[in-house]
Design a protein around this ligand. Structure first.
Ligand code: AMP
Length: 443
């Protein structure tokens, strides 16, 4: 197996990696970094948690570190596009870490905050720009960013960008890029639209696929619980109360459910906070920090806000609601099992959500096993493996109808109900037909 020392990286970068205690590159890094260092385009299919950020950042830092140029105001040399502010901030942090011994400047550009500070950073000059699409386009239109000196363009989490409706913005940004450039394209899944976009963007790319198409990370133990909607909160509480749960990320379909659920958990003395697109950038950062610092045990999130959260030590991901887009399932569960750690992904599924579940299982190419630790009362599809075979308890009416002496009238009130021929009133009896045959005729 290769070590970082064998990759052709500058000494200051090697030092930073040693500071971080990185010794062995992850599979995506092994396959991507040499190709990117030789200035090839790259199409990488990899989920978060596989070391993708270093895979894209190290070649950029190496290239810029070699030339030792001064930054040019408003003209970045490298642009990394990310779908969300959180992810952009995290990528920026990674560049700062891996580039700590280099004299390179970076700027971060994302929406939801005042643009003043970002514009000042751009005016001072930044070698590397990390941005979300909306604010980037805004600042391009205002003349604060010019991409004509760009050398490397990175599109991260491309599939998510399309899910979030960024395709028109992306196309506009791509028009601004110089023809002569290197492009690195990363996506956790490669649905046809993404392949099409990659083809229009990349020239002769080196294809790197560290996970088979759209499969979920191997170390993550996935389980499903079939239950009724009204039991979701009780089960979530029970799951979160378990000693094994150190840090859990809970996904809901809507922002509203995320808020309500976080409040309900707090009332049950489970330390939780919510993160979603309606919260201000500062509130989102605060929530993430509290979760990262373990002040909060549970983060309740919607898909958009949780995208790309890089927090190690998330032991459990709970899908309180199943996602409508099956690809989102892969992203969600990828929040646990990061950097080779094990993780558990538990999904709640009501009868209304079975269609979503089928789509997910089709995408990941396997059936998610039923969780037998949390049997649901009255649900045969969640009973423990060693449970005695459960015969449905007859209803009171059924019990009563079996009792000798039960009113004949009550039985006769149900037309078409197959009863023992001998008990039937004379006028309904048909010669030569068993009760079963008669029932068949009626139905
Ligand atoms: P990413 O997929 O880039 O979000 O990375 C997931 C986690 O793995 C981050 O916490 C990184 O700091 C860590 N990581 C990335 N590359 C390596 C490596 N080669 N050795 C050890 N940890 C790594």
């Amino acid at each position: 197996m290769k070590t970082f020392k064998e990759l052709d990286l500058l000494e200051p970068i090697q030092c930073a990696l040693a500071d971080e205690k990185y010794v062995t590159p992850t599979p995506i890094q092994v396959q991507t970094i040499p190709a990117a260092l030789q200035e090839h385009d790259v199409l990488g299919c990899a989920q978060t948690g596989t070391g993708k950020t270093a895979a894209l950042a190290l070649p950029i830092l190496n290239r810029l570190g070699q030339t030792n140029r001064k930054a040019v105001p408003n003209h970045p040399f490298a642009l990394v596009l990310a779908p969300t502010r959180e992810l952009a901030i995290q990528i920026g942090e990674s560049f700062a870490t891996y580039g700590q011994h280099l004299k390179l400047r970076q700027a971060l550009v994302y929406g939801g905050v005042n643009q003043g500070k970002q514009v000042r950073a751009l005016n001072r000059g930044a070698h590397i720009l990390v941005a979300t699409p909306g604010r980037l386009l805004d600042l391009i239109n205002q003349g604060h960013i010019k991409l004509n000196q760009l050398e490397t363009f990175v599109l991260d989490e491309a599939d998510r960008m399309l899910d979030m409706g960024f395709l028109p913005d992306l196309k506009r940004i791509i028009e601004e890029l110089p023809d002569q450039r290197q492009s690195l394209f990363f996506s956790a899944t490669l649905p046809p639209k993404i392949t099409e976009l990659a083809q229009s963007l990349l020239r002769n790319p080196v294809n790197v696929n560290v996970t088979p198409k759209s499969t979920s990370v191997e170390q993550i133990e996935q389980r499903i619980v079939y239950l009724d909607r009204r039991n979701k909160l009780t089960l979530l509480q029970k799951v979160l109360d378990s000693k094994d749960v150190e840090r859990a990320l809970v996904f809901t379909k809507t922002k509203r459910t995320a808020n309500t659920l976080a409040q309900q958990l707090m009332r049950c003395r489970i330390n939780a906070t919510a993160i979603h697109g309606n919260k201000s950038q500062n509130a989102r950062q605060r929530a993430l920090e509290a979760f990262r610092n373990k002040q909060v045990q549970v983060l309740v999130a919607t898909d958009v806000a949780a995208r790309g959260i890089d927090i190690d030590g998330i032991t459990h991901v709970v899908n309180f609601d199943l996602p409508i887009e099956p690809e989102a399932y892969v992203h969600r569960i990828g929040r646990t099992g990061r950097a080779g750690a094990a993780g558990i992904a538990l999904s709640f599924c009501t009868d209304d959500e079975r269609r979503e579940l089928r789509a997910i299982e089709q995408l990941i190419g396997k059936k998610i096993p039923i969780d037998r630790n949390h049997p649901q009362p009255g649900r045969r599809d969640s009973k423990p493996l060693n449970a005695p075979s459960e015969r449905r308890k007859p209803s009171r009416k059924q019990q009563a109808s079996k009792k000798p002496g039960h009113s004949q009238r009550a039985r006769n009130r149900r037309p078409g109900f197959a009863v023992d021929g001998a008990d039937k009133p004379k006028r309904r009896r048909r010669k030569g037909q068993t009760p079963r045959q008669r029932t068949k005729q009626i139905n």
